[in-house]
Write a protein that binds this ligand. Structure first.
Ligand code: HPA
Ligand code: ZN
Length: 363
C-alpha cells in the first residue's frame, strides 16, 4: 500500500473508532498534538501586551495605554486599516537588537505549545528602517532568536521579508538591497499592508527581481481586495503562495487555476473575523475552498492582536465548520507541503503526521 493509502485508511479508522463521537474535546486534543507548520504570521503582530509595555518602558516610548487591559481593550477593529494603525504604533517600541530578539523568541516559544514544528516568520523592515533603525539591528536580533530557538528547542523557522504596498515600488527595491547581506537566510519576499487601492500589479518589476534573485514570493491578496487582485498575484506576480485569498471564490476560473497549479492559500480565520472580513467564523470560506480542491492552510496572521495562535484558529474552524480528523490532518499536511522547505524535510514532517495518526490514539 502507498503511504497516502495507509493515511486514508488510518484516518478513516480513527474517524469511526477513537473519534466516533467527534466530541469537541477529542478534536481539540487532536489539534493540540497534531504536528503542523505556520506559514502566515507577522512577527510584529505577535508582540503581546506585556512585552509591548516592557519594551515601551525600557526604551522610553510613550504609548496611549498604561496597562495590558487597556491595550487589549483597544484591540477592536473595523477593518484592516484600523488594525494596521495600532500595529504600526506597536512597532515603535522595537528599537534595539535585543527587542527584536525577545519578540521572536517569545513567538517561537509560544507556538511550541501548539506543536508547531516549523514556522515561516514575516517581518517588515520598512516598519523600522523608516525610523532610522539600522537594518542590522532588525535582522541580527530576529536571526539570532531563530538560531537559538532551533538550538535550544528544535523548532525550525524561515524568514519572509514583507514589503508594505502603500509605499512606492522603488522603496521595495531599497529593502531588497538592504537585506542582500542576509540573502542566504531569507526564504521569500511578500507583499502586505493596506490592500484596497494598492493592487499587486504595482509590484510586477519588484517580484520579478525577487524571483530572478532566487527568492520565493507570497502575496497578500483577496483579504479585503477583490478576486482580480488574487488573479494579478497569480498571473502577473507568479506568487508561490497567496496570503488569505478568500475572494478567489468570486472567480470560478481563478479557482480552477489555483487548483490546477496547487497554489496554496494561507488562510487566517480569526484575523478575518476580527477585521470584519467575515461576519462569523461559520461564514469563513475554508470549507468551500476545500470542497473545490484548493490547497488551504490555517494560520494566525497577527496572533496577539487577533486573540489567537494557530491552534485557536484550527479549533475555531473545526467547531464552526465541522472539520473532522481527516480534514484537520490534511490541512496540517498542506502546511508542510506548502512550506519553503527542502523535499527531504517535508517528507520527514509528513511522516510525523502519519506517525501521529497511527500512534497512541489509535492503539
Ligand atoms: N494584512 C496585510 N498586511 C499585514 C497584515 C494583514 O493582516 N498584518 C500585518 N501586515
Ligand atoms: Zn498577513
Amino acid at each position: 500500500m502507498k503511504r497516502a493509502e495507509i493515511f486514508i485508511l488510518l484516518a478513516a479508522v480513527m474517524s469511526t473508532t477513537f473519534y466516533h463521537e467527534d466530541s469537541m474535546n477529542d478534536l481539540d486534543t487532536f489539534i493540540d498534538g497534531l504536528p503542523k507548520a505556520e506559514l502566515h504570521m507577522h512577527l510584529e503582530g505577535s508582540l503581546e501586551p506585556s512585552l509591548l509595555l516592557t519594551l515601551a518602558r525600557r526604551n522610553g516610548v510613550e504609548l496611549a495605554w498604561d496597562s495590558e487591559d487597556a491595550i487589549r481593550a483597544a484591540y477592536e477593529f473595523d477593518n484592516l486599516q484600523s488594525f494596521l494603525e495600532l500595529y504600526w504604533a506597536g512597532c515603535r517600541v522595537l528599537r534595539h537588537e535585543q527587542d527584536f530578539y525577545e519578540m521572536t523568541r517569545a513567538y517561537l516559544e509560544r507556538v511550541r505549545q501548539d506543536n508547531v514544528l516549523h514556522a515561516e516568520l514575516m517581518l517588515s523592515p520598512q516598519n523600522f528602517i523608516t525610523r532610522d533603525i539600522a537594518i542590522e539591528t532588525v535582522m541580527d536580533g530576529v536571526l539570532r532568536a531563530m538560531d537559538d530557538a532551533k538550538a535550544e528547542t528544535g523548532i525550525s523557522s524561515g524568514l519572509i521579508i514583507v514589503i508594505q504596498r502603500q509605499r512606492p515600488e522603488k522603496d521595495a527595491f531599497a529593502v531588497l538591497g538592504a537585506v542582500a547581506p542576509w540573502a542566504d537566510r531569507v526564504d521569500a519576499f511578500g507583499l502586505g499592508g493596506p490592500e484596497v487601492q494598492f493592487p499587486p500589479s504595482g509590484f510586477v518589476d519588484f517580484f520579478r527581481a525577487c524571483h530572478d534573485a532566487g527568492f520565493r514570493t507570497v502575496i497578500h491578496a483577496g483579504e479585503e481586495g477583490p478576486a482580480s487582485y488574487v488573479r494579478e498575484a497569480v498571473e502577473l506576480l507568479h506568487a508561490d503562495r497567496i496570503d488569505h485569498g478568500n475572494a478567489c471564490l468570486d472567480d470560478p476560473d481563478l479557482v480552477r487555476i489555483l487548483v490546477e497549479r496547487q497554489i496554496p492559500l494561507t488562510l487566517c480565520p480569526l484575523s478575518n473575523l476580527r477585521l470584519k472580513v467575515i461576519p462569523s467564523t461559520e461564514a469563513h470560506p475554508l470549507r468551500r475552498l476545500i470542497e473545490q480542491g484548493v490547497k488551504v492552510t490555517i494560520n494566525s496572521d497577527d496572533p496577539s492582536y487577533f486573540g489567537g495562535y494557530v491552534n485557536d484558529n484550527y479549533k475555531a474552524c473545526c467547531h464552526a465548520l465541522g472539520l473532522d480528523v481527516v480534514e484537520l490532518a490534511q490541512i496540517a499536511r498542506n502546511s508542510f507541503s506548502a512550506a519553503f522547505l527542502p523535499e527531504d524535510s517535508k517528507s520527514h514532517y509528513l511522516g510525523l503526521i502519519d506517525a501521529y495518526l497511527t500512534g497512541s490514539n489509535c492503539a
